[in-house]
Design a protein around this ligand. Structure first.
Ligand SMILES: Cc1cc2nc3c(=O)[nH]c(=O)nc-3n(C[C@H](O)[C@H](O)[C@H](O)COP(=O)(O)OP(=O)(O)OC[C@H]3O[C@@H](n4cnc5c(N)ncnc54)[C@H](O)[C@@H]3O)c2cc1C
Length: 428
């Protein structure tokens, strides 16, 4: 059996990051990706936070084919009769170095795979890894079709479903209850239309999140990210709610309803559908992280449950890059010490000592917090009612501002349920 230093399963951001780190230091690395090319099968909402990963491979982020830096944030509370939008722009976000960028994975992942190959790594596409080869509980390589390849270290970065790692018993079978499903359309729009609709200077970008009516009260929300000449537009829906509360709605139709919503339709008007995709995303957070290593292997990216829904933003790509980086770093250090079995504990320590696991731990109560349907119904509607009352004038004498606002606040916010929920907010 042919044998190399390291095999990486999966050419998403986690696998590519690991392969790049290993190849850069001269290790013999083979990355195997089932898609026609790296990125062909990969779906994301659209925003990569570069700040947390800037010091890992700085040369890559200088040159990467990003779409637009995110300089403007929008959050819309969407109801059936109204919409409240918070628009936030800061000089800090509009200045270099930019904190985050919108990305298209088909472009970014393909480019990263080219960087891996330039460093001497081998990227094999159109090839599915069928199983991990085991010997006395140790992962010793992979089988892909007829081919078996041995490796001193296997980094499994096969994404959220983790079929290969689950089959090998490296992690538990993922439960659908801890996952959400995302539906996304990439819609072409002229650059100047994008910049005018989201109040952007040329070349700059926006992240626009929606909650409320978009999921008909179910856990989840809508997203819209501006690319150079397209927008990434979609919804994410908790699978538990989709199954238990969807009232026979075919959940994919929610995306059409979202697009047709009177307060959303003008944003996508005139756009041409370029691509439709759907993908699963882990919502388990910190509780969903499996044992990150074992004999002969490391788990990285979504396979290691590293995704975070923080309500006002979604993260996973920065975790994927960071875990790939630390997987490579730990492997290299262990190899230098002449004891590859040290790589696993080193990898776990690097992940726990840095923002990667700490950020997931800090947010560990969010998955439970967002199980409350009132977050997606009562609160967006209550905020809408406050503004509707504030901006309404009739032929009757109007109330003072304080009475207008407090009338709604008392009705919707001063009650035992809200106070209890506010106590829960302290944990997130
Ligand atoms: C709708 C949606 C919106 C999101 N929005 C954001 C966002 O805005 N920002 C953010 O940071 N994160 C976001 N995420 C999360 C983010 O996309 C993921 O966390 C990230 O893509 C994980 O990267 P990965 O490399 O671990 O997995 P993936 O990108 O899924 O890569 C896994 C790779 O492994 C390959 N593969 C799988 N099985 C095999 C096999 N057996 N053999 C060979 N290859 C295999 C796949 O083809 C794929 O290329 C979103 C996710 C979804 C679904």
């Amino acid at each position: 059996m042919e044998k190399v230093d390291c095999i990486v399963v999966g050419g998403g951001l986690a696998g590519l990051s690991a392969a790049y780190g290993l190849a850069s230091e001269g290790l013999e690395v083979i990355l195997i990706e089932r898609g026609d090319y790296a990125g062909a099968k990969n779906v994301t909402g659209g925003r990569l936070y570069v700040s947390p990963i800037r010091d890992m491979y700085p040369e890559l982020w200088e040159a990467a084919p990003f779409e637009r830096p995110v300089t403007r944030e929008f959050i819309t509370l969407l109801n059936s009769g109204n919409a409240t939008t918070i628009e936030f722009a800061s000089d800090k976000f509009a200045a270099q170095p930019y904190q985050s960028y919108t990305v298209l994975r088909a472009t970014l992942d393909l480019w990263l795979s080219e960087q891996v190959m330039e460093k001497g790594g081998m990227v094999i596409t159109n090839q599915r890894v069928d199983e991990l080869l085991m010997e006395d509980g140790k992962v010793i390589g992979i089988r892909a079709g007829e081919d078996e390849i041995g490796a001193d270290m296997t980094i499994v970065a096969e994404g959220v479903l983790g079929l290969v790692s689950t089959k090998a018993g490296l992690r538990q079978k993922p439960s659908w209850k801890d996952h959400a499903v995302g539906f996304k359309e990439t819609i072409e729009l002229p650059q100047e239309v994008i910049e005018s609709r989201w109040h952007l200077s040329p070349g700059q970008g926006a992240a626009h999140l929606f909650m409320g009516e978009v999921t008909k009260g179910m856990l989840g929300g809508g997203f819209l990210y501006t690319n150079k000449s397209s927008i990434s537009f979609g919804i994410v829906l908790g699978m538990k709610d989709a199954k238990e509360r969807a009232d026979k709605i075919d959940v994919y139709t929610l995306l059409d309803d979202f697009k047709a919503h009177p307060h959303v339709a003008p944003l996508v008007a005139g756009g041409e559908l370029l691509e439709y995709s759907a993908h699963v995303i882990s919502e388990a957070g910190y509780a969903g992280i499996p044992q990150l290593y074992g004999d002969g292997y490391l788990l990285a990216g979504d396979t290691a449950g590293l995704a975070l829904n923080q309500l006002y933003t979604v993260r996973g790509m920065d975790f994927a890059v960071a875990s790939g980086y630390y997987a490579a770093k730990a492997t290299l250090e262990a190899k230098q010490q002449g004891d590859l079995s040290a790589a696993g504990p080193m990898y776990e320590k690097m992940m726990r000592d840095t923002w990667v696991i700490k950020d997931l731990e800090t947010a560990q109560h969010i998955p439970h917090f967002i199980e409350n349907p009132r977050i997606f119904t009562h609160y967006p509607q209550s905020v809408g009612r406050i503004f509707e009352r504030l901006f309404t004038l009739t032929s009757d004498p109007t109330e003072g501002i304080y009475h207008k606002v407090m009338g709604s606040v008392k009705q919707d916010f001063v009650n035992a349920k809200t106070v209890k929920e506010l106590m829960g907010v302290r944990k997130i």
